[in-house]
Design a protein around this ligand. Structure first.
Ligand code: SF4
Ligand SMILES: [Zn+2]
Ligand SMILES: [Zn+2]
Length: 329
């Protein structure tokens, strides 16, 4: 196969575009796709303060690399989840990348911040690891962005991630989630009783036009030393299973994933978006005060604080009762 642009030998074929690319033009293609996505969805401008959540994997490091090469001043944020050697190796990959590129990286540790690791939380809260992990990541990414004064939180969700989430949401007719599934989630301002206060930073996903296989090829061609191993807690993750099923469909009919996702955004997403009058009013969470993410009806407590309180309560209940000495008479 030849490169679509220069007719030299192609190093990769992108079947849904029916095109092959040489190294140079593939890297350009990825960068152009990111630029087009940022513009099309009005994600951010050159003056915005950008924070990219990095996991040490191919997607987030490739995205960070593209943005740095495009000239954006973008800081990385790594959250250590405490998943044994996997977390250590992932953190090291982020540090190596940041050092090599001269980029800024913020590292936080879940145990230092909240007193548990993801495996501990899963046992204490009796939740599947990925569900507790996802909630903690969303909360901590947002908190870090707000505390450190960033305007935009960028994540490395790619086309495969987004279409698998969409597939799961459709399978369960999770209409609330379908209403919120978009490449951009606008910031939220809390006004009631507190003056204007930003509680949720704007979140964007510039890789939605790029497949997982392509971010891996980008990372490989750029010599990015990312963590190849999968998280040891991924087993049982339903999204993972949806990805496998969708990849089979994509192989049989290239372009299926992109058609499903972008077709949804164009034709169906507006039908699920909450009408302004349906929008829930945000209140401050009693647990974390200003940094409220979600408030469920009836209780001024966000789901993160509820889960954290439950984990700490269960841990305290499992500790042996302190022995009480009888006072001497
Ligand atoms: S696989 Fe699950 S537990 Fe592991 S990092 Fe991803 S969401 Fe967290
Ligand atoms: Zn070429
Ligand atoms: Zn809270």
């Amino acid at each position: 196969m030849k490169c679509k642009v220069c007719r030299q030998h192609a190093v990769i074929d992108v079947r849904r575009h029916n095109a092959g690319f040489c190294r140079t033009h593939f890297l350009d293609h990825i960068s152009n796709q990111v630029v087009r996505t940022i513009k099309e969805f009005k994600m951010f401008g050159p003056d915005d303060r950008l924070l990219v959540a990095v996991s040490g994997g191919k997607d987030s490091l490739a995205l960070w690399d593209v943005l740095v090469d495009l000239g954006y001043d973008v800081t990385g944020f790594y959250l250590d989840l405490g998943i044994g050697g996997y977390s250590t190796r992932s953190k090291d990959a982020c540090i190596r990348y940041a050092d090599g590129k001269g980029a800024k990286l913020i590292v936080r540790n879940l145990r230092d911040e909240h007193g548990y690791t993801v495996p501990e939380l899963s046992k204490l809260a009796r939740r599947a690891p990925c569900s507790g992990c996802g909630l903690n990541k969303r909360y901590e990414f947002n908190r870090a962005a707000l505390e450190e004064g960033f305007d935009i939180l960028i994540t490395g969700h790619n086309l495969d991630d987004e279409v698998a989430t969409l597939f799961g949401n459709v399978l369960h007719w999770n209409t609330d989630m379908l209403g919120r599934q978009a490449p951009v989630l606008q910031e939220r301002i809390l006004t009631a009783g507190h003056g204007a206060q930003k509680v949720m930073v704007k979140k964007v996903k510039p890789l939605v036009k790029i497949a997982e296989r392509e971010t891996a090829a980008y990372a490989l061609l750029k010599g990015i030393d990312y963590v190849v191993e999968e998280c040891p807690m991924v087993e049982g993750n339903t999204q993972h299973k949806y990805k496998e099923a969708l990849t089979l469909l994509e192989e049989a009919s290239p372009g299926t994933k992109s058609q499903m996702y972008f077709g949804f955004l164009k034709k169906a997403a507006p039908r699920f978006a909450a009408a302004p009058e349906d929008d829930v009013e945000l209140t401050a969470c009693a647990g974390c005060g200003a940094v409220t993410i979600e408030v469920e009806t009836g209780e001024p407590m966000c789901s993160f604080c509820k889960m954290k309180a439950l984990a700490h309560r269960r841990r305290a209940d499992s500790l042996p009762a302190p022995s009480i000495r009888k006072p001497r008479t």
